[in-house]
Design a protein around this ligand. Structure first.
Ligand SMILES: [Zn+2]
Ligand SMILES: [Zn+2]
Length: 262
């Protein structure tokens, strides 16, 4: 059993080929996926898919990058998390790669969703790019983390150093690795993947983006999470089956999901 803990099945090319992609997941033992929302505008499509498929869950939140979209409020996010198929808040965080660093609107958007997570009692799906220090600082300032009565979550598509991994783990976060782990240049990242405690590891595709090395040039999809599992198995000296099992258990625990019979 393998689980894609972060994909965007409701967006772009994946939305158009949804039936075929879901079938391929089933054929390859990719039993569940978290279809992550990036704005309040695309949330209804993600929820529709999650309502239709017992093995697909979703999130509600606003990604740090899009501009000209509806800004979240604590009340609205908390209200939308009441749906049983909405298991987390996000993806949210900071991104200084696509947007000029330290924009107040981006930080405010992030803080609001951390507050919503504390009130709703749902974990956060964190996106951070070129902004790791500020991401950790804001999470700490807003009291994210299981030891402070808040709720932790997952650092998705992890591509940071060991010090950042440690800071996130200390707050109770899980660390999710994507196809980046399979790229030849990701030597340092593979070392970090060797350090993360087994009960905090997740795997994901972030499809349609970040296609693993073996399929580069093609659109990414949840089935390719097997490539991430394979790489992680090599790093940890474990079988791919065992990695699948461990990351599945972690997924169910973090998001409070009962495994679906599909
Ligand atoms: Zn992301
Ligand atoms: Zn994403």
């Amino acid at each position: 059993m393998y689980i894609d803990s972060h994909c965007h099945l409701h967006l772009r090319d994946l939305a158009k080929r949804q039936a075929e992609i879901l079938e391929r997941m089933e054929d390859n033992q990719v039993s569940h996926a978290l279809c992550v929302c990036i704005s309040l505008e695309d949330f209804p499509q993600a929820l529709k898919l999650a309502e239709k498929k017992p093995n697909i869950h979703t999130t509600v939140g606003v990604h740090p990058n899009p501009q000209g979209v509806e800004e979240p409020t604590v009340e609205k996010i908390v209200a939308l998390t009441q749906h049983p198929k909405v298991v987390a808040i996000g993806e949210t965080g900071l991104d200084y790669y696509r947007v000029k660093p330290k924009q107040k609107w981006q930080m405010d958007r992030f803080r609001i969703q951390i507050r919503a997570s504390r009130i709703a009692g749902k974990p956060l799906v964190i996106h951070t790019r070129n902004a790791a220090e500020d991401t950790i600082r804001i999470l700490q300032e807003e009291g994210a983390g299981i030891d402070k009565g808040g709720y932790a979550g997952v650092m998705h598509c992890f591509n940071e150093n060991l010090a950042i991994a440690r800071a996130a783990l200390d707050m109770g976060f899980y660390i999710s690795f994507s196809g980046i782990l399979t790229y030849p240049a990701s030597k340092e990242l593979r070392k970090v993947a060797g350090y993360v405690p087994l009960d905090r590891l997740l795997i994901e595709t972030d499809s349609p983006w970040l296609t693993p090395q073996a399929y580069r040039g093609q659109t990414n999809e949840p089935t390719y999470v097997l490539e991430v599992a394979k790489q992680l198995a090599a790093v940890r000296g474990m079988t791919i089956d065992k990695i699948g099992q461990i990351t599945a258990e972690n997924y169910f625990r973090l998001f409070g999901i009962q495994p679906a019979i599909v």
